[in-house]
Design a protein around this ligand. Structure first.
Ligand code: HEC
Length: 275
C-alpha cells in the first residue's frame, strides 16, 4: 500500500513541480518571451547583487538577479512607451524606458531578482508573503531616487505599453497650466505612486483600489488634513482587517509631495470624465 502510494507520488511529482515552476512573461512590441525561474537562475548573466537599502524590505538585501535590460535585449521597443510591470495581485507599475534600459551603475540599474527555491526570501513587512518569485530591485548610485512603487514585487509580466500620458488622456491637467505648475508635479507623482493601484477618470490599468475621481473625488468628501493623513498612513484615518492600501512613510513621499498629489486630485475634481 505504502509502496503504491510512493510510486504514485513519484509519478506525479514531476508534474506537480512543473506546474509550480513560476515563470515571467515579457511582451514587447508584439514579441513575447517566457522565462521560467530555472532558466533565469541558469543564465550566464545572473549575478549576486547587494541592495544596500531595499525599499520593500526596508533593509539591506542580497539577491540572485538578472539585469532587466538583458531580458529586453534585441526586442524592438515602440517609441514613446513604458515598461508595464504587472504583479500577481493586480498591482501595475509603469516604468520609464530610460530607467529600465540603463546599465550604467553611476545611475540606477534595474534587476529582476529571482527567489531561489531552496533559499526562500523573508516575508515582506506586514505581509504574509515574500516579494518572490520575481521582484524588480535597483542598484547603482541613483537607486535612492527610484520611487517605492517602482520596486514591484511578485511580478508576473513585463509588457511595453504607450506612455501613460498618451494612453490615458483623461489623466491630463488643464493644458493652459504653465509647465512649472505644482499641479503638474503632483500629476507625475500620482502616476508613479498611485496609478499602480487606482484608476482616475477610469484611466489606468489597475483595479486594486477605487477610482479616485468617479463618482466622487476624495477632495470632495475628505478634509485636506484627512486626505493628507490617509496618504501618509491610511490606518490613522480608519482601520479594518482587509485594509490593503500601504502607508507612504516620509522616505516614500515627503509632506510637500503629498500636498502636490492632493493638489492634482483637487484639480481633477473639476475635470471629470463623462460617467
Ligand atoms: C498598493 C496599492 C495602493 C497604492 C499604491 C495606493 N493605494 Fe490608495 N487605496 C488602495 C486600496 C486597496 C484602497 C481601498 C481601501 C483599502 O483597502 O485600504 C485605497 C483607498 C484610497 C483612498 C480612500 C478612498 C475611499 O473613499 O475610501 C484614497 C483617497 C486613496 N487610496 C488615495 C491614494 C493615493 C493618493 C495614492 C498614491 C499616493 C494611493 N492611494 C496609493 C490601494 C492603494
Amino acid at each position: 500500500m505504502r509502496g503504491l502510494a510512493l510510486s504514485l507520488l513519484c509519478m506525479l511529482l514531476p508534474f506537480a513541480a512543473e506546474a509550480a515552476e513560476p515563470s515571467l512573461t515579457v511582451s514587447v512590441g508584439g514579441e513575447t518571451r517566457n522565462f521560467t525561474r530555472q532558466e533565469l537562475l541558469a543564465r550566464s548573466d545572473a549575478a549576486t547583487i547587494q541592495v544596500p537599502m531595499d525599499i520593500s524590505y526596508r533593509a539591506p538585501m542580497a539577491y540572485r538577479a538578472v539585469p532587466v535590460a538583458a531580458l529586453l535585449a534585441g526586442m524592438t521597443i515602440p517609441p514613446d512607451s513604458v515598461i508595464e510591470a504587472v504583479a500577481l495581485d493586480g498591482f501595475v507599475a509603469q516604468l520609464p524606458l530610460d530607467l529600465v534600459l540603463n546599465t550604467d551603475e553611476s545611475k540606477a540599474v534595474a534587476w529582476l531578482a529571482v527567489e531561489e527555491p531552496d533559499r526562500p526570501w523573508p516575508k515582506l513587512p506586514e505581509k504574509d508573503v515574500s516579494a518572490g518569485p520575481f521582484y524588480i530591485v535597483w542598484t547603482g548610485a541613483g537607486a535612492g531616487s527610484i520611487r517605492s512603487e517602482q520596486w514591484p514585487f511578485q511580478m508576473a509580466t513585463l509588457e511595453s505599453q504607450p506612455s501613460p500620458a498618451s494612453r490615458w488622456p483623461a489623466l491630463a491637467v488643464d493644458p493652459s497650466l504653465p509647465a512649472t505648475d505644482p499641479i503638474r508635479a503632483g500629476q507625475a507623482l500620482f502616476v508613479v505612486q498611485c496609478l499602480t493601484c487606482h484608476k482616475l477618470n477610469k484611466a489606468g490599468a489597475s483595479d486594486v483600489g477605487p477610482d479616485l475621481n468617479l463618482p466622487q473625488n476624495p477632495t470632495e468628501y475628505l478634509s485636506a488634513r484627512g486626505l493628507h493623513d490617509l496618504i501618509r498612513n491610511p490606518k490613522t484615518v480608519r482601520t479594518w482587517p482587509a485594509q490593503a492600501m500601504p502607508p507612504f512613510p516620509p522616505d516614500y513621499l515627503s509632506d510637500r509631495e503629498i500636498d502636490l498629489i492632493a493638489a492634482y486630485l483637487k484639480h481633477m475634481a473639476g475635470r471629470k470624465a463623462a460617467n
